[in-house]
Design a protein around this ligand. Structure first.
Ligand code: GTR
Length: 386
């Protein structure tokens, strides 16, 4: 496998020579050294490259016919601490009608609640129990609500299936019903799920109990890749959280971490997560005109959090951390701090001072209560719960 940059072992420093090969975040003279240049030229250019080469372009934004059907409201859930709302989102396109459901537990409170929207890629039966008989750390509703936040979730596969044959069913069929309509830059499935999260935000904006200005989008692994793409394309999300998103998420492609997933492997198993053009970069990372630090930078000046696990080398924790560092100058443009902390932190030593948060914890590939607690701390620390 050809690699653009080879780092010795788990060395965390990117050498100067190697760093030159990583696409520059801010380009002098080409826009990007002031907020205005960044916003009007450089940021738009980077977003366009990610659409063209990685995630694809959406065939639709907010559909004209988007409709929210209230499925019922139950007050006094969680021992009186929350109201539960369930909503069905309806839409239609050239391929017919589509729908998916959202569940929200909103703290009983006088004020509008800040919220966390989970893009759930795991079994809804095991992780999204609306009755709260089955409790899963993947979606710890009780803890989220007791900290003053609304817990909102939807299941990825209600939006688009996560299997081959690719693009068969869900919103793919609604909006691009004929596979012949697909182009090399047509949306992949991560983009379709991200589109779903944006439609949830459309509903949140109509819900008087929620504070639409303080909404986090969070996902784990493939859900984490989706959360990042959602945050990049939809600036209404004020906090974007990637848990162990790895390749195609927060991990820098050009950092050689032999135990981590590379484009060749992800495309072999999950080509449909991306647009067709992404296949050009199999064993050819250095030709990709962007790298993932630029994806993180698209969130500036909003809040971002990247979390890794020690027992998850497949996601490349060092590459996730390096992206946070290299993305940070975008925040500096706005007079803010990106990641505060130059060296890879010890386990369970979260870096939360800047607008980019990072932690690595012991344990395997998973979204755990420890992770959630740190995300909630980060939101608290940035004044979300005042
Ligand atoms: C793996 C895949 C990863 C990650 C993970 C998951 O098989 O290689 O990129 O997304 O699945 O979503 O759990």
């Amino acid at each position: 496998m050809k690699r653009a940059m080879v780092l010795a072992g788990v060395s965390l420093m990117v050498s100067n020579a190697a760093q030159a090969e990583i696409p520059e975040l801010l380009k002098t003279g080409e826009g990007g050294t002031t907020v205005a240049q960044w916003e009007q030229a450089r940021r738009a250019g980077i977003l366009n490259l990610f659409q063209e080469h990685v995630y694809g372009r959406n065939p639709v934004g907010r559909p004209d016919a988007l409709r929210f059907e209230e499925l019922g409201e139950v007050a006094g859930m969680l021992d009186g601490k929350a109201v539960r709302k369930r909503v069905r989102l309806h839409f239609e396109g050239p391929g017919g009608k589509g729908q998916f459901d959202v569940t929200a537990f909103i703290p009983t409170s006088e004020r509008k609640a800040p919220a966390f929207v989970l893009i759930c890629n795991r079994s809804p039966e095991e992780n999204l129990d609306a009755e709260r008989t089955l409790k899963s750390p993947f979606w710890p509703v009780e803890e989220i609500v007791s900290r003053g936040y609304a817990a909102i979730a939807f299941y990825t596969q209600d939006v688009a299936p996560d299997k081959k044959p690719s693009f068969d069913g869900g919103v793919h069929t609604v909006f691009l019903p004929d596979l012949a309509m697909r182009k090399p830059d047509s949306w992949g499935t991560l983009a379709a799920w991200a589109w779903g999260a944006s439609r949830v935000m459309d509903w949140i904006e109509t819900e008087p109990l929620l504070d639409a200005k303080r909404v986090a989008v969070i996902g784990h692994s493939r859900g984490g890749k989706t959360a990042l793409w959602c945050g990049a394309t939809d600036r209404r999300f004020a906090l974007v959280i990637s848990n162990e998103s790895g390749c195609g998420g927060a991990k820098l492609n050009r950092m050689d971490l032999p135990k981590s997933e590379h484009i060749a492997q992800i495309v072999k198993n999950f080509d449909y997560w991306f647009c067709g053009n992404f296949q050009k970069y199999v064993d050819n990372e250095e030709a990709l005109p962007v790298d993932q630090h630029q994806l993180l930078a698209l969130m500036a000046p909003r809040l971002v959090y990247v979390a890794s696990a020690e027992g998850d080398p497949w996601a490349g924790p060092e590459g996730e951390f390096e992206s946070c560092k290299l993305a940070s100058p975008a925040w500096v443009l706005y007079g803010k701090k990106g990641l505060v902390g130059d060296t890879f932190p010890a386990l369970e030593t979260p870096l939360q001072e800047g607008s980019i948060g990072y932690h690595i914890r012991p344990g395997q590939h998973d979204l755990t209560l420890y992770d959630w607690e740190r995300f909630l701390d980060f939101a608290d620390g940035h004044g979300w719960n005042k």
